[in-house]
Write a protein that binds this ligand. Structure first.
Ligand code: F6R
Length: 640
């Protein structure tokens, strides 16, 4: 499926291995690490690692722990240097990289504490320069880094070397990019809590490692990764400097590799098997390149744009254009649940039964309206029985200020109703006290999380009402992996799967909508998607299952390729406004800062731009001109 031949990699300036899953890539890398450690142990040398934090290396650390536990791999002669640490955070802070590394790796293997080096987030500013110099000297004294593990940020950073960092930069204090801070907001329970500065190894420091492995998972990394692999080295994308290193490899999953030419435009780098999806991908691309609607493409356009062999196989252009145009035309439907009494041969969804039982799974409240708010409204108005199932409460995403305000409302109401001290008021007083006594960045108590969940439940109901959904049908599954966990530390259980199975068996849906299939594997949408998939597998033999279509919607942060879209639901200007109103009900999810950093947008703006961009794409291909479009693909096409 994924081309690996050399020709396909001709645009790639750094060796890039694409794996089906993060897990698979990490099993291989952990074996490589074990071999290195054992060889150095045998030669009586220490092994020196540069380590990263964040979601990306977690599956690697899990594999290393497994090798230690099951195969006796010892870390006694391993020395580690971490890339970075937030400045201003003490070690004891739950989001410090010190804490992270101990929780995720060091506490589970036998690396001696004296061999662990992590930048100190509490070094006073006037001593940072000296401290960083000493850190570099320590790396040298240990013999230099044998292997440096890296993740990549959406800004293209490695370590915390944000755009603008030079290839010769050294360990230093840096200011974090606005996007990086936003990406860390969830871990810190709000953007306002994210530190503004960090100490990081420099690009030059990293490049001195003997071998470098960069890992990347999930579609959110696709843009930065393609830039780092295919564009010339530039300070605007610091990971691109890795191209200059003689022994660097990128291990990525298919979602993170999604923007590489060999996957996105493979005909530019070698021969291609012209399957239907590949043909559609190429014709759509050609129409964009030639800036012509599909039906106006000429034979010459095909041959001038490296598509001569497609023309030979499936040409001439006239017939090929019409075929692809019709295929795309057939993805457009105003009847996402199927059109009653219509010939459905060429429609994305079947006509019968006329009224379908539908379950829309939303990992957290708001994913549903962001991804398919307009479609939800249509499904309801077209007479289907729509159940929206919120898989988690989303309470970790509620800022303390919102919870404090809700507690005050209850207390003031209680007072105005006579001040008898109702059980609700007792609860609210408890929450107020806990919030007031909460130390910076401390985790929420059960009570505070409960109140935050209530806030999100009510926002979700208001949002669904704005979409016309009967809120009596809403389900809050409160999957326990989320309710008992915190970001990056979630551990799904069989109980999570069985809650989804119970709902599915009760409703026996004809149609399911889900999301998260190509999200970063440890993110809430990805975990929820994996649980949904397991639940569907568990229902495989249930009679309703074979007649149930599973559709996937997506977060609005990455553009769809028209070739990926199997169902395009157009929204009128009014429907788009209604969708925005529905998103707007998720008040606790709006930015806490009245001044958004340049280039960052509110959720509703992201969704608006995204849906309008898909419509523009369809328009430019010569299809009908709509205000906005919501897009879907069937789950089978991902698996198959
Ligand atoms: C962490 C680090 C960062 C991360 C990057 C990706 O030590 O240096 O460069 O690797 O921000 O973060 P995740 O893995 O959380 O997506």
């Amino acid at each position: 499926m994924i081309p690996h031949f050399t020709e396909a990699r001709q645009r790639e300036r750094v060796p890039t291995e694409i794996s089906a899953s993060a897990e698979g890539a990490c099993v291989r890398l952990a074996d490589e690490i074990a071999t290195l450690i054992r060889a150095n142990d045998a030669a009586g040398r220490p092994t020196v690692f540069g380590l990263a934090t964040g979601s990306t290396p977690v599956p690697l650390y899990r594999q290393l722990i497994r090798l230690h536990r099951d195969q006796g791999l010892s870390f006694r002669h391993v020395i580690t240097f971490n890339l970075d640490e937030y400045h201003g955070l003490p070690r004891t802070h739950p989001e410090s990289y010190w804490c992270f590394m101990h929780e995720q790796l060091f506490n589970h293997v036998d690396v001696p504490p004296a061999h662990i080096n992590i930048p100190d987030g509490m070094v006073p500013r006037d001593q940072v320069y000296e401290w960083c110099r000493t850190y570099e000297e320590k790396i040298k004294a240990a013999g230099g880094l044998d292997l440096q593990i890296l993740g990549i940020g959406r800004t293209g950073h490695i370590g915390f070397n944000e755009p603008g960092s030079g290839s010769d930069s050294r360990t230093r204090l840096v200011t974090l990019d606005a996007l990086t801070r936003r990406d860390a907001a969830r871990d810190f329970l709000g953007e306002a809590n994210v530190p503004r500065h960090a100490i990081t190894m420099g690009v030059g420091t990293i490049l001195e490692a003997r071998r470098i492995v960069l890992l990347a998972w999930g579609e959110a990394k696709a843009g930065a990764l393609a830039g780092a692999v295919e564009n010339p080295p530039t300070e605007a994308l610091p990971a691109s400097f890795l191209q200059t290193h003689p022994d660097t490899v990128f291990y990525v999953d298919a979602a993170a590799a999604g923007e590489l030419t060999r996957l996105r435009h493979p005909w530019l780098v070698g021969p291609v098997a012209w399957s239907r999806p590949m043909t559609r991908l190429a014709v759509v691309w050609l129409s964009q390149q030639a800036r012509k609607p599909i039906l106006k493409l000429l034979d010459e356009d095909y041959s001038e744009h490296s598509l001569a062999d497609l023309l030979t196989e499936q040409g001439p252009a006239y017939g090929l254009n019409i075929r692809i145009f019709n295929e795309l035309q057939h993805t457009i439907t105003g009847w996402p649940g199927g059109k009653p009494n219509a010939d459905d041969t060429n429609r994305p969804e079947r006509a019968t039964p006329e009224s379908k039982r539908i379950v829309v799974f939303s990992p957290e409240p708001s994913n549903d309206v962001l991804g398919m708010g307009g479609t939800l409204r249509r499904l309801v108005s077209q007479g289907h029985q729509v159940t929206v199932a919120y898989m988690t409460s989303g309470n970790l995403g509620v800022p303390d200020e919102e919870a404090a305000m809700a507690a005050e409302l209850v207390l003031e109401f209680d007072l105005s109703a006579g001040g008898a001290g109702s059980p609700g008021a007792v609860f609210a007083r408890e929450v107020r006290q806990q919030l007031q006594g909460k130390t910076a960045y401390a985790a929420d108590s059960t009570e505070v999380r409960k109140l935050k969940a209530i806030i999100r439940r009510n926002e979700a109901r208001a949002s669904l009402q704005a979409c016309g959904v009967d809120t009596a049908r809403v389900r809050f599954l409160e999957l326990s992996f989320y309710e008992k966990g915190r970001y990056r530390r979630f551990k799904p259980t069989p109980d999570d799967v069985s809650r989804i199975v119970t709902l599915l068996e009760e409703i026996q849906p004809h149609q399911i909508f889900g999301t998260g299939q190509i999200a970063e594997p440890s993110s809430v949408p990805a975990l929820c998607f994996s649980l949904l998939r397991q639940a569907l597998d568990a229902c495989q033999t249930s009679p309703w299952r074979k007649d149930c279509h599973v559709w996937l919607y997506r977060e609005p942060d990455r553009m769809w390729e028209p070739a990926e879209i199997a169902m395009a639901v157009p929204l009128s200007p009014r429907e788009l406004t209604q969708k925005i109103q529905a998103i707007y009900q998720h008040k606790s999810q709006r930015s806490q800062s009245p001044m958004l950093a340049q280039g960052l947008h509110e959720l509703w703006q992201q969704a608006e731009h995204h849906n309008q961009a898909i419509a523009k794409l369809y328009d430019a291909l010569g299809l009908a001109e709509y205000e906005a479009i919501e897009a879907f693909q069937p789950m089978v096409s991902i698996q198959g």
